[in-house]
Design a protein around this ligand. Structure first.
Ligand SMILES: [Zn+2]
Length: 343
């Protein structure tokens, strides 16, 4: 007798209708003679705010920890992504079972422990509510992960945007990471701290972005260093210039033995739209055309070399691989490792 015929003759049928009606669990309990009090489901009042919001993984001999600054909702996708028609955008999202109403980006902040260095890649939105109340979680999640802000020795910034550098200083003007050297490209430092842009009218968000960058970067010039394209500026950490999203946007290659990880920052913001159609332009790109060309060139290299990536804005925790598919790419999230095999 097969298992399915057993279910049909003796037990409840696991068909779609009974699943939709939610009757299977109660039916099984009744068949086993159990008692279920179904009036108050235990999780009914619980929220889906998950703890912990950090994730540890290995990069060769190194330990990486992804720590979230919270989600960053962009709203209706046509507001942020241009190139494909509204119908094309909706079709891409629908066929990937994603909302067509609100494009949600994560903020996956990487911490790497490497010898006596503890490196933090980007710092999130700080206390700003420019994108609503869901951001600004970095400090609480670092604490949850057992990472003391004072133990960070280097902050490495992919670029000078709000969701990457506004978590450097507190509202009271204090250094949140008091022992960290700050690394950024000179081009981005110059661009985003340029006082003249405080009076720009177009884009309308420019003065706010520059004001925030100045507030977080200017008080730290005594402990700031600029990396150069291709430079190994910290042991095992190489800068790779990926301009376009901002003038000095930089990706990083972390290497330990045979293993490496490419920290791609905002080379791509969306795991479907900007991968399937990488020439799509993103609202906050300083040079959208250069950004698209850089995205294709860098993702081509990453796919060809089968390098793992961590993407700042991809679905949590943002670690995975890139496959070249036609004129675009496909993101393959890496399985989360919650338990290691005994060695
Ligand atoms: Zn970003």
């Amino acid at each position: 007798m097969t298992q399915s015929s057993t279910l049909k003759s003796d037990g409840p049928r696991l068909d779609r209708r009974s699943l939709l009606l939610g009757s299977v669990g109660l039916g099984l309990a009744a068949a086993a003679g159990g008692t279920i009090v179904a009036s108050k489901p235990a999780l009914a009042a619980s929220s889906l705010n998950q703890v912990p919001y950090y994730y540890r993984f290995r990069i060769g001999e190194l330990i990486g920890t992804v720590v979230s600054d919270g989600i960053l909702p962009l709203g209706e996708p046509t507001g942020a992504f241009s190139g494909p028609s509204k119908e094309e955008l909706q079709s891409m999202l629908t066929s990937n079972f994603l909302s067509t109403e609100n494009a949600i980006l994560e903020q996956n902040i990487l911490v790497v422990d490497a010898g006596d260095q503890r490196i933090l890649f980007d710092t999130g939105m700080g206390t700003s509510d420019l994108f609503g109340p869901t951001t600004g979680k970095l400090n609480a999640n670092l604490e949850a992960a057992g990472i003391d802000a004072a133990s960070i020795t280097a902050i490495v910034c992919t670029h000078g945007h709000c969701d990457h550098v506004w978590g450097i200083m507190s509202d009271a003007g204090e250094r949140i990471f008091p022992n960290a050297q700050i690394w950024i490209s000179e081009a981005d430092f110059d661009f985003w701290t340029d006082e003249a842009k405080l009076s720009y009218k177009d884009p309308a968000w420019m003065p706010a972005f520059v004001e925030g960058a100045r507030r977080n970067l200017m008080p730290n010039q005594d402990r700031m260093k600029f990396f150069k394209d291709g430079e190994e500026f910290l042991p095992g950490l190489q800068a790779m210039s990926t301009p376009g999203h901002t003038v000095g946007h930089t990706s990083f290659i972390v290497t330990s033995g045979k293993d490496s990880l490419v920290v791609i920052g905002d080379l791509t913001h969306h795991h479907v739209i900007l991968m399937e159609k990488p020439l799509t332009e993103f609202a906050f790109d300083t040079d959208p055309s250069l950004s698209a060309q850089t995205r294709v060139r860098a993702l081509d290299m990453i796919a060809a070399q089968r390098l793992p990536i961590i993407a700042y804005h991809f679905p949590w925790p943002g670690i995975g691989h890139v496959e070249k598919v036609g004129e675009g790419f496909r993101y393959h999230p890496a399985p989360m490792v919650m338990q290691e095999l005994p060695s």
